[in-house]
Design a binder for this molecule. Structure first.
Ligand SMILES: CC(C)(COP(=O)(O)OP(=O)(O)OC[C@H]1O[C@@H](n2cnc3c(N)ncnc32)[C@H](O)[C@@H]1OP(=O)(O)O)[C@@H](O)C(=O)NCCC(=O)NCCS
Length: 142
């Protein structure tokens, strides 16, 4: 009943933005001008659907040759702990492989490092602050 989709319509893109706003802006207090940025125009976007309802989102962009960056990974709070984060990340990894990317990078909120470690990402940086939230850089060869 849960389905990951690559965003292909403006309506789906607006749904992805709505989930991100709910999670990062309303729940975590990230300023909206940092949450939505210029990379949204060129990134690939993904959503998870529960029937007709959008419940999770993320984006992927190539930022170095053959290296992708996964960003804005978020699941609505009431849907967490149901392995939807894993479902979404595995889908993105498949798309990345099909796009001939060889490595994925991301900046994990420090509390979420164990989530990405379950997906075989490794920490590559000390902790740093971004949008007022502690982060660690992580990456995975795919
Ligand atoms: C991080 C996030 C995407 C995880 O999504 P989720 O759907 O709840 O995660 P899953 O249910 O797929 O979890 C998969 C595994 O990771 C573990 N996990 C998930 N979040 C974790 C956390 N914060 N700490 C430790 N383990 C965690 C789960 O226990 C589960 O383990 P299991 O395989 O042993 O059962 C979600 O908590 C979220 O949207 N958070 C708010 C936004 C955010 O901070 N995003 C990260 C930005 S870097």
């Amino acid at each position: 009943m849960f389905e990951v989709k690559s965003v292909t319509t403006n309506e789906q893109l607006q749904q992805a933005f709505a989930i991100r706003t709910k999670v990062f802006v309303e729940e975590q207090g990230v300023p909206v001008h940092l949450e939505l940025d210029e990379h949204d125009k060129t990134a690939l976007h993904f959503i998870v659907m529960d029937g007709d309802t959008t419940i999770a989102a993320a984006r992927l962009r190539e930022f170095e040759p053959q290296v992708g960056k996964v960003e804005r990974v978020c699941v609505l709070s009431e849907y967490r702990g149901k392995r939807l984060g894993i479902l979404l990340m595995e889908y993105i990894e498949q798309v990345a492989k099909e796009s001939n990317l060889k490595k994925l990078k991301l900046n994990a909120q420090s509390y979420a490092v164990p989530f990405y470690e379950k997906l075989q990402y490794v920490v590559t940086s000390p902790e740093f602050m971004d949008a007022g939230i502690p982060h660690r850089a992580m990456e995975k060869n795919i």
